[in-house]
Design a protein around this ligand. Structure first.
Ligand SMILES: [Zn+2]
Length: 228
């Protein structure tokens, strides 16, 4: 069983790398952002709770996130393994996660604050269909207009310099202790996240010791391990 955590500041590209890993090796992508978006799209009780918190101008707390994650993890719906994206958020959660799930590796996407700030500032989202764009990597064909539906592209309301700075400071304050912990128990794999998507992916793959051809992996070790 392959149990991974992927970590990095917002804008480091961890969601993209998590998806690539899961597509290639048939792992289950457990994205906290996606889980929350699903709740909001489906108007669940939890979504109502989140909306109440946000409308008061507060942040969704670590405890609520932890509850949602444990619920999701209890499904155990992975055959070969999972990549957990967006969790843990603090040292206590990191410790809990490691003890409960026997995590094999933590992928740390290392990128300087200046780069992630630049990437986040370049993000745009379609106001109609919700498709994500990035003025650095994924530009629309016509400026300000969605390629798919013709909707207007907007910047998210929390993607302004002060908010980004706050998220970066938060991240550093909570992350450094987690990284120290993961390094000490020898499961930390830091990769240089400043390079291109395929280059970063290759570094992750090699660092984790995953085969270049996943087929070979699935027919041998993975299938027997999945039964245990
Ligand atoms: Zn659109």
């Amino acid at each position: 069983m392959y149990k991974y955590i992927i970590m990095g500041i917002q804008g480091c590209g961890k969601g993209t790398q998590a998806k690539l890993l899961c597509d290639k090796y048939d792992f289950t992508h457990i994205s906290i952002g996606d889980i929350f978006r699903w709740h909001i799209a489906n108007h669940t009780k939890l979504a109502a709770k989140i909306n109440r918190i946000i409308s008061k101008g507060q942040m969704v707390g670590d405890d609520l996130v932890a509850k949602v994650v444990s619920e999701r993890m209890s499904w155990h719906n992975w055959n070969y393994g999972f990549v957990l994206d967006g969790f843990p958020r603090n040292f206590a959660q990191a410790e809990f996660l490691f003890e409960s799930y026997n995590i094999n590796a933590v992928i740390h996407m290392d990128a300087p604050d200046s780069l992630v700030t630049e990437r986040v500032m370049a993000r745009r989202v379609c106001s109609q269909c919700g498709l994500d764009y990035n003025l650095i990597g994924h530009r629309p064909k016509v400026e300000g207009i969605c390629d798919v539906c013709g909707g207007k592209l907007l910047q998210r309301s929390d993607d302004h310099p002060e908010a980004i700075q706050k998220r970066i400071e938060d991240y550093h304050a909570k992350t450094e202790p987690m990284l120290t912990f993961f390094r000490r128990i020898n499961i930390l794999h830091s990769v240089d996240a400043t390079r291109s998507i395929p280059e970063v992916f290759e570094e992750i793959r090699k660092s984790l010791g995953l085969p270049a051809q996943p087929k070979a992996m699935n027919s041998n070790t993975l299938s027997t391990e999945a039964l245990t």
